[in-house]
Design a protein around this ligand. Structure first.
Ligand SMILES: [Zn+2]
Ligand SMILES: [Zn+2]
Length: 266
């Protein structure tokens, strides 16, 4: 029991350290000014969404378990002997990226999915924690119904952890409010400037730069917008919207509350 507690304390310390460290860098080399109100809204949105996901996690786990026992897991056993371990890891990362890219495009193309995904895009000021801002029901539904990788691949748990960690870097860090001049490397791996185009308010940036890891996917599938060195557009929905606790819970039907306007995909 005490080792459980010390593990939890260690995780919490790492978590707070990462958040605090990102905050220092964001203040030092910001892309854009993020107001206190925007920052507070973002935290509120994240807390509501992560909180509700965790409350409903047992239900999602029952559903995912039922789907996996019906479909079977580990259809493809990836080799793990010697250097094959790294080849298999690369296969998992590429498959995960393709899956995320496809799902993300559907989130913009299908109104039912956009109604939820627009919660992520409603962040007016983007910072590190915007990466965790997703509508709670979207999280629960994807936890419950899309255990795709577990069904597809049989891999050792430490490889799954390695893949998750590798993904954390470009995917979560894409929301850092940090100016990183990458020059021509901007198309090599997802980064704050590449992903900022995806959140842009400008019509020419609409439905561009979906990639979570490799911008190459956007280039291959015709959704790339290669930013110019100084291209850091303003971000958010058009017209801008704000979240509060109630909107964070009822986001897709928020316009039924008085005076709220509906948004189209952007
Ligand atoms: Zn999006
Ligand atoms: Zn984003």
């Amino acid at each position: 029991m005490s080792s459980e507690i010390s593990k939890a304390v260690l995780l919490a310390a790492i978590f707070l350290g990462v958040i605090y460290g990102s905050r220092i860098l964001e203040k030092r080399w910001p892309i854009a000014d993020v107001s206190r109100a925007e920052f507070r809204d973002d935290w509120l949105a994240v807390i509501v969404s992560v909180g509700l996901e965790h409350m409903l996690a047992p239900i999602a786990a029952i559903s995912a378990g039922a789907i996996m026992s019906y479909a079977g897991v580990g259809w493809i056993a990836l080799p793990t002997e010697g250097y094959w371990w790294f080849v298999s890891l690369a296969i998992v990362v590429v498959a995960l990226d393709l899956y995320k890219y496809t799902f993300h495009r559907l989130q913009h193309a299908i109104p039912f999915l956009w109604a939820m995904h627009s919660f992520h895009h409603s962040a007016n000021g983007i910072t590190f924690i915007t990466g965790a801002r997703h509508f709670w029901l979207e999280r629960v539904l994807s936890d419950a119904f899309l255990p795709v990788l577990a069904i597809l691949f049989r891999i050792p748990p430490e490889m799954a952890i390695a893949a998750a960690f590798i993904f954390f870097v470009p995917d979560a860090c894409a929301h850092l409010n940090i100016r990183i001049p990458l020059g021509r490397f901007v198309t090599w791996i997802n980064n704050p400037q590449w992903h900022r185009i995806h959140h842009s308010i400008h019509p020419e940036h609409r439905d561009k730069n979906f990639a979570a890891f490799f911008p190459l996917l956007d280039i291959l599938f015709g959704t790339a917008w290669v930013p110019k060195p100084d291209e850091y557009p303003a971000t958010g929905l058009v017209p801008a919207e704000r979240v509060d606790i109630i909107n964070s819970v009822i986001w897709p039907i928020r316009h039924l509350r008085q005076g709220q306007s509906k948004n189209e995909p952007g």
